[in-house]
Design a protein around this ligand. Structure first.
Ligand code: NAD
Ligand code: ZN
Length: 258
C-alpha cells in the first residue's frame, strides 16, 4: 500500500517530517520479523509458558540452571536487523529521529547502525558473575553452556552467571531510565514501534512524552492502551510499514528544506 492510500501512515510521515525532535520507542515487535519471538500478542512466548518460571530474578536466584537450560533450547543467535530497524536508522540519517529507546535486549538497532540506543532492559550480549563480578561475552558463556549447564564462570568457577538483561523483579538500569526520561521530556514526537505498552516502568516513557505535550504515533500489529491518545496508529507489520514511513517522511522533510 502506498503512503497516500493509508491515511494513518501518511499522517505519521507528515508528523515526523514536521517534528523538531523525534524519538523512537521500540519493543519486541520490531524484532519479530528478524525471527525473535515476542512475549505478548499473537504467537507470543507468554501464550504457552509462565514468564516467571525463567524470567524472574527470584526464580533465577533459586535455580540459575533453569534459565541456562531454557537458553540452550530457545535462544536465537545470528538474528539480523530487518527493514524496520533499518528504517529507523534512515530516519536518523534524515535528521528526524534523534534517539532510540528500546525495551529489546537483542542489539539489533545497534547492528542496523542507529547511533544513540538507550537499552531500558539491558543487553543479552554480556554476562556477569554474581560471585566474582567478572563480565564475559555471551558467545563465550553460550559455548560453555553447550558443554555444561549451568555454565561455570570462566573467572572463578561459580555458577551464578547472569546475562545483563533486566529480569522480572529487577530494577531498570538507572542511567538508561534517566536518559529515556530526559528524551521523553525533550521530544516533540514519539514514534512507538512493536510494543504492547504493557510492561512498566518502560511503558511510562511514552506516557511521559504525551504528558509533556509530544505527539504520539504508534506502529504495532495489535491495539495498545495508548492508541486512543495517539495522533496516528498504523496497524500491521513494522518491517513493511516503517520503510514506507521513512521514505515518505524523508521526502517531505527534503521538500520543506528545499
Ligand atoms: P511485547 O511482547 O509485550 O509486545 C510486542 C508487541 O509487538 C505486541 O503488541 C505485538 O502485537 C506486536 N508485534 C508483533 N509482531 C509485530 C510486527 N511484525 N510488527 C509490529 N508489531 C508487532 O513486547 P514489549 O512491549 O517489548 O515488552 C515485552 C518485554 O519483552 C520487553 O521488556 C523486552 O525486554 C522483552 N523482549 C525482548 C525481545 C527482544 O529483545 N527482541 C524479545 C521478546 C521480549
Ligand atoms: Zn565468577
Amino acid at each position: 500500500m502506498s503512503p497516500v492510500e493509508d491515511p494513518a501512515l501518511e499522517r505519521t510521515a507528515e508528523l515526523l517530517a514536521g517534528s523538531r525532535r523525534g524519538v523512537a520507542f521500540t519493543g519486541a515487535g520490531i524484532s519479530a520479523e528478524s525471527g525473535i519471538p515476542v512475549f505478548r500478542g499473537e504467537g507470543g512466548l507468554w501464550t504457552t509458558m509462565d514468564p516467571y518460571r525463567v524470567a524472574s530474578i527470584a526464580q533465577f536466584r533459586k535455580d540459575p540452571g533453569a534459565y541456562w537450560r531454557y537458553s540452550l533450547e530457545n535462544r536465537r543467535t545470528g538474528a539480523e536487523p530487518n527493514p524496520a530497524h533499518r528504517a529507523l536508522k534512515a530516519l536518523e540519517d534524515a535528521g528526524i529521529i534523534h534517539a532510540v529507546i528500546t525495551q529489546n535486549t537483542d542489539g539489533l538497532h545497534q547492528k542496523a547502525g542507529s547511533g544513540d540506543v538507550i537499552e531500558l532492559h539491558g543487553s543479552s550480549s554480556r554476562v556477569v558473575c554474581f560471585d566474582c563480578a567478572g563480565e564475559f561475552s555471551r558467545e563465550e558463556i553460550d559455548r560453555i553452556n553447550r558443554a555444561q549447564t549451568p555454565p561455570p564462570c570462566p573467572g572463578c568457577g561459580g555458577t551464578y552467571l547472569k546475562p545483563t538483561v533486566v529480569l522480572f523483579g529487577e530494577s531498570l538500569p538507572l542511567q538508561a531510565l534517566c536518559r529515556a526520561e530526559v528524551e521523553a521530556e525533550s521530544a516533540d514526537l514519539m514514534l512507538v514501534v512493536g510494543s504492547s505498552l504493557q510492561v512498566y516502568p518502560a511503558a511510562g516513557i511514552p506516557e511521559k512524552a504525551l504528558e509533556q505535550g509530544a505527539s504520539l504515533c504508534i506502529v504495532n500489529a495489535e491495539a495498545t492502551p495508548l492508541d486512543a491518545r495517539a495522533r496516528a496508529v498504523v496497524t500491521g507489520k513494522a518491517g513493511e510499514i516503517l520503510p514506507q514511513i521513512a521514505i515518505r517522511a524523508a521526502a517531505l522533510r527534503g521538500a520543506v528544506r528545499g
